[in-house]
Design a protein. Sequence first.
Length: 139
Amino acid sequence: MSQFNQMSVKSQLRTDRYAATLSFICVLHCLLAPSFFILTSGFFALSIDNEFIHNFILLLAIPISAYALISGYRNHKTLNFLYIGFAGLLMLISAVLFNGILFEEFGEKALTFLGSALVIYAHFSNYQTCKSIDCSCHE
């Protein structure tokens, strides 16, 4: 086994977890941030740029998810999760890029929620598949 494949196998569990967690954080941020800002507006003098946080989470999620999905494919050769995960990532990217152009805030939230759900599903399925075939990527 090449050195790249060994690194890929050892990091599979970690990257699946990180990617699913980032997608979940994205959903929480999208759904809860407006309520948080309304409830705490009297306590905070600083304003946190909501779009910056959304973009930052996405910039972290894209490479980690892509790496985990591709590594999972290399480990168990199941394309379904790769397609589902990348479809979810494309939805997350579209939610950021086309917000205000093709759809408004509700559309952004719906696309973010659906995209995050697909990414989480893909990583969970990726993990379960590797675990079921007892590959050495999930110890």
